[in-house]
Design a protein around this ligand. Sequence first.
Ligand code: FES
Ligand SMILES: [Fe+2]
Length: 445
Amino acid sequence: MADYDPGEVNRQLADLTKQPEPNLRNQPITPERYFSKEWMEREWDTVWTKTWQIACLESELANIGDYTTTTLGTERILCVRGDDDQIRVFYNVCQHRGLELMKDECGNEKRLTCPYHAWTYDLKGTLKFVPDEADFEQGSPCGKLNLVEMKSEVWAGFVWYNMDDDCAPLRDYLGPIADQIDTYPMQEFRRTHWVTVEGDFNWKLVQDNFSESYHVPFVHPDAKFTLEYGREDCQFDHYSEGHCRMLMPGGGPAAAVKGGEKETLERMAKELEFWELDPADYEGGKTRNIRKDLQRAKRKLGEAKGYDFSSYHDDQLTDNWHYTIFPNLSFSLKPESNIWLRARPHPSDPEKCLFDMWFMVLFAKGQTEYYSYVMGDTISTETVVPHMQGKDHEVTTGPAIDEDLEIWPQQQRGLHSRGYKRDYLASQESRMRYFHETLEDWMAR
Ligand code: FES
Ligand SMILES: [Fe+2]
């Protein structure tokens, strides 16, 4: 596998160039794709088994013998750091009689031993021991059978895998957004929240939702006090690889907000004070000055406070740069924290999925606490990250994403109605249409 070399990181200022508008076919996004088993099976063959996916964080595999497991639909995935220090990704299945090999979500082992008949693999996946080796008339399986490895790469602090042996390298798959994401030292971010929701909705409703900001003022009524969502004031980019970007100015209220000064200052007080700005200075109709003042304060004080902002454009210091990577990943990047979201398909039911949320924090040197108004929480370096899992309402993904989670089961029910035939999208929902057209193109290959 190609290992990640931090020396190669392109920490240039990110490119803000607006991409040309795509030529969209504007075919109907018919509802069947959200509940048809046949559609789900075709997605498995043409998309899930061909596209790059994240298995785990590189930091989960810090030591030789560390392993993690995850799933994608019916598939079981095993990541291991070998004794040659290389990370490999395998199908998590014993070659004897098909048992799922490692059942814990993580651990550390010297050898990988199947619990059924004790076939034992080394950390490179080579079968090293089978009981009663002389009892195989067809010859010992050792030297013949090994764990089956898939393509993998380590990039941006994550371990990525692709089940397609003929796939393009990850960077080619990502295109120019890879250089932009490289401006964030992702491998230094720590995961402080890790939640998986067993959702009663198709995975595409998640990607649809994070491909537009049209819903923001209605589903997230508080977001407008600290975030721009309006189509005139955000930049939407469609990349030819099928991925998208949305640049949403932050650090102050949306242009459409009338009043709301108290709400903006309340939400931003801790951040302003950290950057030695006085919230009272923005009373009396001056909250729109916050964004530029915050950018200047971060430039001036960043180094003293333990941050290196040298690779960022000024706008990155305050704004939400939101990316969607085809097929199922989206994330909002900020210099001190970011949120990663994705939905994985259910093994058999198109009306279910696993929705993952990771909140990642870059603690400044010497910093022990970080206040996030996205999470509505003060996060400490001591925070141990349990993997919280459950149905929605049993676990929380933070106040903002919980609001999105309210929508998807209700939409899944509505999509079955005889009274709904197809979408009717606004221009600012073009990234959602682009996602569906990209999906259709992959499925037609
Ligand atoms: S199935 Fe793994 S050793 Fe038998
Ligand atoms: Fe939302």
